[in-house]
Ligand binder design. Structure first.
Ligand SMILES: Cc1cc2nc3c(=O)[nH]c(=O)nc-3n(C[C@H](O)[C@H](O)[C@H](O)COP(=O)(O)OP(=O)(O)OC[C@H]3O[C@@H](n4cnc5c(N)ncnc54)[C@H](O)[C@@H]3O)c2cc1C
Length: 394
């Protein structure tokens, strides 16, 4: 092995930053983190940003600032190609980065399952830029309806935020994050609020969650007047229109896509389109480790779901194993600590189960926002989250 030992971390989300920070702090390894984005974005707050409850400052911290604080090198490139035999990663700017150990933590992007019209015209929710696009479409809203594709927790959360933002616009109340970010008055002030419709291909929403959570969410959506159509898919999406599998065509409609995730492909990593199957040490082999949404980790016969706290745990354990491998010590297995899950909804409410305890209403929302504030990467970001929550009507 060369000296000093080079570690490259591809992806600066929850997993990548947790790993790079630990490696830079606790080891003598040379750590470089690659991410095409200039800032580390907090995905769990995107629905709030889309719905104007939070400003974009609450959802990001610059990678340069994080890297300077922890003491690793940051390069604003994406990993383009991996040569595992040569232990070399090539970036989008054609820079070849030799490594002794590589951590793939490059997360996922929206999966459109071959629906090209949706890929072209629907708005996904995977980045801050996506959230701001949704926000602009709500503010512009000459639309009569918002169609949210996907009845998982992101779809439900987003639908409630869009509904709330539209209602505020219709009441002519441009309060909350958007007004403070200097955009113009809502186009819809005084007009009726657009419909919000969720379509879900399966027979029920929140298929993976406990039945009581499904019931809670359905009741909440019904009270808000958000329509839910299960057993329905979107056939085609056009600018301002969508056609459903039941033949209905919705006009003056913006389509928002939350229906799935697939891993960013990096040629040379084994499963180009899916999550990468790792062993109990989070290894692919040949000095390559994987953490976060990019990793397919099986626990008690099922794949772990994508979740920010799991990404952080895996990032830290992968970093620890890289340190141990560099020192010739045996690796440690990753044993997930599953805390549970909250499905937050707009208006400071939600439902979920944390450490076995069922939560509904404000306590559920409090858990969600406290976890986000705790995981913020800078004091400024944490202050922005708390300030926006305090100022915004819930
Ligand atoms: C809208 C939404 C809401 C969510 N809400 C919750 C929630 O309430 N609770 C919860 O626990 N989880 C939630 N999640 C899931 C959670 O955000 C993810 O599980 C978590 O972000 C995964 O972390 P990660 O580090 O693996 O990937 P990410 O956070 O996605 O980070 C991956 C990084 O890799 C970068 N990247 C991509 N391609 C490359 C490349 N080729 N080279 C280098 N870098 C690359 C990306 O720019 C990105 O910065 C939500 C997700 C979304 C989309």
């Amino acid at each position: 092995m060369r000296s000093p030992i080079d570690v490259v971390v591809a992806g600066g989300g929850f997993a990548g930053v947790a790993a790079a920070a630990r490696l830079a702090r606790r080891s003598k390894l040379n750590v470089t983190l690659l991410d095409p984005k200039a800032a580390c974005e907090m995905l769990p707050l995107l629905p709030d940003i889309a719905g104007r409850r939070l400003t974009s400052a609450a959802g990001q911290t610059s990678h340069r600032a994080i890297a300077a604080r922890h003491g690793y090198r940051y390069i604003q490139h994406a990993a383009l190609e991996l040569d595992r035999a040569a232990r070399r990663l090539t970036t989008t700017e054609h820079r070849a980065l030799p490594y002794d150990f590589l951590l793939l933590a490059h997360g996922g992007h929206a999966a459109f399952y071959g629906n090209e019209s949706a890929e072209r015209h629907a708005i996904p929710l995977r980045t801050l830029a996506d959230a701001l696009r949704v926000r602009r479409s709500v503010s512009a809203a000459a639309q009569r309806a918002f169609l949210v594709v996907g009845g998982g927790y992101t779809g439900i959360e987003l639908a409630t935020h869009v509904h709330r933002a539209c209602a505020l616009c219709a009441r002519g109340a441009p309060r909350g994050a958007r007004s403070r970010e200097g955009t113009t008055a809502p186009a819809t002030a005084g007009s009726p609020s657009p419909r919000v419709i969720i379509v879900e291909a399966a027979d029920e929403i929140l298929g993976m969650q406990e039945p009581w959570m499904r019931r809670w969410a359905l009741t909440h959506l019904k009270q808000l007047g958000i329509e839910v159509r299960t057993g329905t898919t979107v056939q085609t999406v056009e600018p301002g229109a969508a056609t459903l599998s039941d033949g209905r065509r919705l006009t003056e409609t913006t389509t928002l896509w939350t229906a799935g995730m697939r891993v960013h492909p990096i040629p040379g990593s084994p499963a180009a389109n899916g999550r990468l199957a790792v062993d109990e040490h989070l290894q692919l082999g040949d000095g390559v480790f994987v953490a976060g949404d990019a990793a397919a980790f099986t626990h008690k016969g099922a794949l772990l779901p994508p979740a920010s706290y799991i990404a952080v745990q895996q990032g830290r354990r992968a970093a620890q194993n890289i340190e141990r491998a560099a020192a010739g010590r045996p690796l440690l297995p990753y044993r997930p600590l599953l805390h549970g899950f909250v499905i937050p909804v707009a208006g400071g409410s939600g439902c979920g189960r944390i450490h076995g305890l069922p939560l509904t209403g404000r306590p559920a929302a409090a858990v969600h926002y406290s976890a986000a504030a705790a995981r913020a990467h800078s004091f400024a970001q944490r202050c922005a989250i708390l300030r926006d929550l305090a100022r915004s009507p819930s």
